[in-house]
Each structure stands twice: as structure tokens, then as C-alpha cells.
Design a protein around this ligand. Structure first.
Ligand code: TYC
Length: 101
């Protein structure tokens, strides 16, 4: 605890906080989701430009999976859920998983 000079009140000294763990959103390949749909998802949900989105999509297509981005857990889960929900609305089997870094 310390005296806050401006307000003459007691304030807690800055605590040392661990950085939040980070989680990768991994997108999985499948045989049915159109390439342009995956590119659109990478642009809209993960804010990639077209060239980066195309490169990530091709990595997933060729290697089976790829990282879309790395976020704190709640954001990673929200984005993974948005991807799957949007894919289902459009009747695509696209899958995502969240993996601790
Ligand atoms: N393999 C799909 C196709 O040939 C494209 C695709 C890429 C699907 C990435 C899913 O996460 C994925 N149409």
C-alpha cells in the first residue's frame, strides 16, 4: 500500500501479473468447403488481407491444418465458434480447434 499524493488516499501498489496464456485457432482441412469460402472466413473473422488469407488457406489445404491467429482464450474460442457457426449456416463441414501455445 502507498499514499497517493494527488488524492491523499491509499492505493495498492502495482501487482505483478502473469501474462494471459495464448491460444492458437487452428483450422482443419476437409474435402468439401470451397477454397473461396475459407479465404472469406480468414479475411472476415481473422482480419487477413486477401494474399495472406489465400496463403493460409493453401497451407491448410496442403498440410491438413493451419494457424489462423493466436489470442487469449475467450477471443480464440469466440472466433473458432464464429467460424463453425458461419460454416454450418452455409452447409460446409469446416472445423476449427483451439490449442494452447
Ligand atoms: N480442401 C478444400 C478444397 O479443396 C479447401 C479447404 C481449405 C477446406 C482449407 C478447408 O480449412 C480448409 N475445396
Amino acid at each position: 500500500m502507498a499514499i497517493n499524493n494527488e488524492n491523499s488516499i491509499l492505493t495498492k501498489e502495482k501487482e505483478k501479473l502473469a501474462k494471459p496464456s495464448m491460444y492458437a485457432v487452428i483450422m482443419l482441412n476437409d474435402d468439401y468447403t470451397p477454397m473461396e469460402f475459407v479465404i472469406y472466413v480468414l479475411q472476415s473473422v481473422f482480419k487477413k488481407n486477401y494474399e495472406d488469407a489465400k496463403r493460409i488457406m493453401l497451407t491448410i489445404h496442403n498440410e491438413g491444418k493451419g494457424i489462423c491467429g493466436v489470442f487469449p482464450l475467450d477471443i480464440a474460442e469466440t472466433k473458432a465458434n464464429q467460424v463453425v457457426e458461419f460454416a454450418r449456416i452455409n452447409q460446409h463441414p469446416l472445423e476449427c480447434k483451439v490449442q494452447k501455445q
